[in-house]
Design a protein around this ligand. Structure first.
Ligand code: TXA
Ligand code: MG
Length: 339
């Protein structure tokens, strides 16, 4: 199959809608990362997403809607908290898990009776849903296990030959995937941290929002898994990544002792000048939003440079930083060196 990249335009958006309506897949930009979109109601179309990504069959997809009317087409009922959260954060990078509506294909939710729903704020994604009249299911547009793509060229790198069309909408705003929050219980539970934080949601709801333990720890055999995506290897570049947890002087001393062929650092802006090995930077130390925006791109650039070992500076875990830490610790397969 030939894969074509087209800049977002009247014509390319029309073509994306045609592909979705005819049961095919198309890569589209969102405000978080690029996604592979297909009609959420069409099980056969959804199977093509799983095939293109090489995604495990038991990992459910997120359904993207254009407006609140469409929400009623994809869920069985709307939990009370969902209205307040939608009011505050939709359109935007927040996915809410709710009881699944009958029209949504079994394949979309990997057989679960719940569905993850979000309303993207990216105008191209919004336009495609609006014009096709269909909610699309879309996982991140990477080969399963690799860093999520935040620009069209990175989508092409993974998806060349696997889907017909990539709509190029430039660089994604957030750079990490949406926050996933389950609304199935009494208190909301964050299953995947993102740009919208637990504190943001607590401020709106006036009640406690819980964090799933799996956010910062690995899922062990036998653990109950609320979000199937959390048990797989994720976001990993080809290199072995290690988070080196300590202050900058300790980090520098550690890296000095380890320098050699293929050894790289993933560090904060400005630190590269003081380190003895080649570095890729991922934002200012105190700016979690910049780190979120740059992280996946930085991991892919380390692959371009053929890094084999990467020592990474640990991001702060507060606010949006928790999303950065969650992605990086998975990219590092939970290897943390405490100094
Ligand atoms: O920002 C995003 O959410 C991007 C863009 C393309 O919208 N999409 C994305 O999809 O990150 P994906 O498939 O890479 O991640 C979906 C996550 C997985 O961890 C999955 O397990 C979880 O959401 N999820 C989806 N439906 C679920 C459900 N019903 N219950 C629990 N977790 C669910
Ligand atoms: Mg993903």
């Amino acid at each position: 199959m030939k894969t074509i990249i087209k800049k977002a335009s009247e014509e390319s958006v029309e073509e994306a809608c045609r592909l979705i309506k005819s049961g095919d897949v198309v890569a589209v930009p969102t405000e978080t990362v690029y996604g592979i979109a297909a009609n959420a109601f069409d099980g056969e179309a959804i199977k093509k997403i799983f095939k293109a990504k090489g995604r495990p069959q038991d990992n459910p997809l997120i359904v993207h809607i254009s407006d609140m009317d469409m929400l009623n087409d994809v869920v069985k009922s709307v939990p009370k908290d969902a209205y307040a959260l939608a009011d505050a954060f939709w359109p935007g990078p927040l996915t809410m898990i709710m009881p699944k509506g009958d029209k949504v294909a079994e394949e979309t939710c990997a057989g679960l009776d719940s569905v993850g729903v979000r309303m993207p704020s990216n105008p191209i994604a919004h336009e495609i849903i609006l014009r096709s009249g269909l909610p699309f299911a879309a996982p991140s547009a990477n080969i399963s296990g690799r860093p999520s793509p935040t620009n069209a060229a990175d989508v092409f790198f993974d998806m060349d030959g696997r889907l017909p069309l990539i709509i190029d909408g430039g660089e994604c705003f957030a750079g990490v995937e949406s926050t996933v929050v389950s609304l199935l219980g009494e208190n909301p539970i964050v299953l995947r941290p993102g740009y919208i934080t637990k504190e943001d949601m607590q401020a709106v709801l006036g009640k406690e929002v819980l964090l799933s333990a799996a956010i910062t720890q690995g899922v062990k055999d036998g653990d109950e898994v609320l979000s199937p995506g959390m048990k797989y290897k994720h976001y990993a570049p080809n290199a072995q990544v290690y988070i080196v947890d300590g202050d900058f002087d300790a980090f520098k001393a550690y890296v000095c002792a380890k320098k050699g062929d293929g050894v790289f650092c993933l560090c904060f802006d400005g630190e590269e000048k003081e380190l003895p090995v080649e570095c890729v930077t991922y934002g200012k130390k105190e700016r979690a939003d910049e780190q979120a925006h740059n992280l996946f791109n930085a991991l892919r650039r380390l692959d371009d440079k053929k890094a084999s070992i990467v020592y990474a500076r640990r991001p702060d875990k507060s606010g949006v930083g928790l999303a950065v830490y969650n992605r990086l610790i998975r990219a590092a397969a939970f290897r943390v060196i405490k100094l």
